[in-house]
Write a protein that binds this ligand. Structure first.
Ligand code: BGC
Length: 773
């Protein structure tokens, strides 16, 4: 990539200058060979990042240290530094030591540019992270992360606030689209892959929002209450996996409280678990406006206050200097905060490969291909009665209805908003609510209508906007095929008011389906929606928010140019009543004074009461909740159809030191088949299955394959007073095509094992399991 090439050329200050001017003490240099200038330890790439960071800390003044632990929020910064670019954050560097300016940008789905704060600056928009998760393909998540990282670097950003990975506990959560679904293993693996992709560009990636920021409405004032064991076996497990396997340089703590303490001043989370058990060496940055104290936050383990203008005080500015002077925050703790920030900066490669000083060219065409591939892999075929899909290219007349499918595809809103290459055909500002200042209803310029026309050149293809169900039904009656595009806009800072499609779209679908038996519904939604019309519609496709090549991706799946290959990373309920909570604890439009808390903005929280939300489902999130409560969802986790005809045979299971499943599969169809067999395990003493591994393979017609799936032992363990324990005993292993449909299952004996002191390594399978007798 252009940006990467340049970064290698861009060198920091020459080593000899640094050595002569600022390294007085012998301890901070490696021993020089005879006749050569000593190299400062922090430049010595043979040392560990922590050793190098430590040497830098020793060379820094108090003022320099304090300057690194709080960052600016550019849109609100008075007298901004000349080199500040409008974005989410800016932390000045220490040039004499080669410590770079940290330029922070949101980047979950691409380099963000909310409300076009940088006029005319576009970037490649991936589909929603939920769509990426639906691909069940960590390689694609890596490719997406690598693409975002390359664009960020070329735009001179070097700290990416990417890696959103809260588990979906509530189907209406406004940010489900930014996350990887309801399962800890899938979320952890996908986030890890994306982080590795971002950091392959020698920049910092983040995982966020640590932890339990599970609903948006009232996120500043909610106290997430959960049993600590259940927390470790669910949301924390997802973060543990992402951190161990992805090695993000930074972790962002969340807005909400967890069991009483704010996430950003929660010693249990930030010190006991993150440092003590996971041995995490990078830094914890706060979410923007999530800091409420100086001593408590610093002593609990927060290393950097972000977007300081959004907090009620700049807690890590003068108040921290005063607290250190008075000994209320030990000076060693300040050193540790700085050491962790610098460890992340060095470990990510940023210190040795500084970002370019000015913007570099970007190969947007190549990046668009990444966005399209990810979108195609994530589209889930939910229903296909009578094999109505794929559509024949010879179709005579098609009517496309609704969803602004004539001009583009929907994007989710909030800080992840990318201003995509190709422009914005629709952009509607909000007039009220917590998201109004930074979110607009935005479409990417990728018209499904246009893409359909290109794939069916001989067909008459018409568009009706869907605002009049009777007119849409009439148009459907006159066409061979009707394709209804239904949308649900979701945004950061507020939750969906209901799980039903908004704006009368259910009635529209009913009217069209009654008029034409060959009706296809394409959903562009942030997460699950209710489908009261499902029995009347033969084909349904979930396209999520499909990103800047979404129109092409949808059309190619509809016409079978690529297989329908996505799998649901999230269960779809029949009705909201099936869920652990059937509505948000706080409703933005709710009665009484709920509105105050629901719409609380950054910095307001201290003035408002706290609202508890109890996650009584504990670790039984998503499909495990359905299993525990003996309910059937509309579509289960892991579900998705293919255009091929896969047949599974010869399932086998083995136990002992490690659990493994194997199975043969043959594609009996005439089209490629994508198979995603999943391995679930029910641990002795528990009642619900856990996803412990999966495989993904595309088979040509007639092709056979033998697949094996190894269980990740982190999913087989339970948290006890002695740490993680994999009890010796009989585990039920279930090989399945989704959380409901079993291929084969068997009770298998496992020897068990334990992790007495943390298990931060990704290689725990062989390295740290000790057999119990
Ligand atoms: C969001 C974060 C984001 C930050 C900076 C916050 O409101 O919760 O995800 O990174 O803003 O834009």
């Amino acid at each position: 990539m252009a940006g990467l090439t340049l970064s290698l050329l861009a060198t920091a200050a020459p080593v000899s200058v640094l050595a002569k001017t600022i390294v007085p003490q012998a301890a901070a240099t490696s021993s020089p060979a005879q006749g050569t200038v000593a190299m400062p330890i922090w430049r010595d790439t043979a040392r560990t990042p922590a050793e190098r960071a430590d040497a830098l800390v020793k060379a820094m003044s108090l003022e320099e240290k304090l300057s690194l632990v709080h960052g600016l929020f550019p849109p609100n910064t008075k007298n901004p530094p000349a080199d500040m670019i409008p974005s989410a954050g800016y932390v000045p560097g220490v040039p004499r030591l080669g410590i770079p300016i940290l330029r922070e940008s949101d980047a979950s789905l691409g380099v963000a540019n909310q409300v076009e704060q940088r006029k005319g600056d576009v970037a490649t928009a991936l589909p929603s992270a939920l769509s990426t998760a639906a691909g069940f393909d960590p390689d694609l998540a890596y490719a997406g992360g690598a693409m975002i990282g390359a664009e960020a670097r070329a735009k001179t950003f070097n700290v990416l606030l990417a890696g959103g990975m809260n588990l979906t506990r509530d189907a209406w959560n406004g940010r489900n689209f930014e996350y990887y679904g309801e399962d800890p293993l899938l979320s952890g693996k996908m986030a890890a892959a994306s982080v590795r992709g971002v950091q392959s560009n020698n920049i910092v990636a983040t995982v966020k929002h640590f932890a339990l920021n599970s609903q948006e409405t009232g996120r500043m004032v909610l106290d997430a209450r959960i049993d600590p064991v259940a927390l470790r076996e669910s949301d924390l497990l997802a973060f543990e996996i992402a951190i161990a396997d992805g090695k993000p340089a930074s972790v962002m703590c969340a807005y909400n409280r967890i069991n009483g303490d704010y996430a950003c001043e929660n010693k249990f989370l930030l010190t006991d678990v993150l440092r003590g058990e996971w041995n995490y060496t990078g830094f914890v940055m706060s979410d923007w406006g999530a800091v409420h104290s100086t001593e408590k936050a610093a002593n609990a383990g927060l290393d950097q206050e972000s977007g300081q203008e959004l907090d009620s005080s700049i807690f890590f500015g003068k108040p921290l200097a005063d607290a250190v002077a008075a000994g209320r925050v030990p000076a060693e703790r300040l050193d540790e905060m700085v050491r962790r920030i610098l460890t992340g900066v060095i470990a990510s490669g940023l210190y040795d490969h500084p970002t370019p000083v000015s913007a570099q060219p970007i190969d947007y065409d190549a990046h668009a291909q990444v966005a399209q591939k990810v979108a195609e892999a994530g589209i889930v075929l939910l229903r296909n009665e009578g094999d109505i899909l794929p559509l024949a290219r010879e179709a005579k007349s098609i009517v496309v209805i609704g969803g602004h499918a004539d001009v583009g595809v929907l994007s989710g809103g909030g800080s992840s908003q990318v201003r995509s290459v190709g422009g914005v055909p629709i952009e509607i500002p909000l007039t009220s609510g917590a998201a109004a200042s930074f979110a607009r209803v935005t479409y990417h310029n990728s018209s499904p209508l246009q893409a359909i026309k290109e794939l069916a050149p001989g067909a008459q293809v018409r568009f009706v906007d869907g605002s009049d169900p009777a007119a849409a039904a009439q148009a459907a009656k006159e066409a061979d095929i009707a394709i209804v595009f239904a949308t649900q806009w979701q945004t950061e800072a507020q939750d969906a008011p209901s799980l039903s499609l908004p704006d009368g779209q259910d009635a529209l679908i009913n009217a069209v389906a009654a008029a034409n038996k060959r009706t296809v519904v394409v959903l562009e939604t942030g997460g699950p929606v209710l489908m009261p019309w499902i029995q009347r519609v033969p084909a349904v496709v979930e396209a999520w928010y499909p990103g800047q090549r979404g129109g092409q991706a949808i059309a190619r799946v509809l016409f079978g140019e690529v297989d329908a290959s996505g799998r649901l990373p999230i269960s779809f309920p029949v009705a909201a009543a099936q869920l652990p909570r059937s509505k948000p604890v706080l409703a933005a439009t709710g009665p009484a004074d709920n509105g105050a808390g629901a719409n609380a903005a950054m910095g307001d929280a201290a003035k408002l009461p706290t609202y508890p939300v109890t996650y009584q489902e504990g670790a039984d999130v998503g499909y495990r909740w359905y299993a525990a409560s003996k309910q059937k969802p509309l579509f289960p986790f892991g579900y998705g159809l293919s255009y091929g005809r896969p047949a599974f045979a010869n399932a086998g299971f083995s136990g002992g030191a490690a659990a493994r499943a194997s199975v043969d599969v043959r594609n009996d169809g005439k089209r490629p088949a994508t198979v995603v067999p999943q391995l679930y395990a029910t641990v002795p003493g528990t009642a619900t299955p856990r996803l412990v591994g999966w495989s993904r393979r595309v088979l040509k017609p007639g092709e056979t394959a033998s697949l094996t799936i190894d269980a990740d032992p982190r999913l087989l363990a339970r948290w006890t007073a002695q740490g993680w324990q994999m009890p010796p005993g009989d585990y039920k292993l279930t090989l399945a095509t989704d959380a409901e449909h079993v291929i084969a299952e068997k009770l298998v004996h496992l020897d068990g094992g334990h992790w007495p002191s943390g298990r931060q390594s990704g290689s725990i399978v062989t390295a740290t399991i000790t057999k119990s007798n």
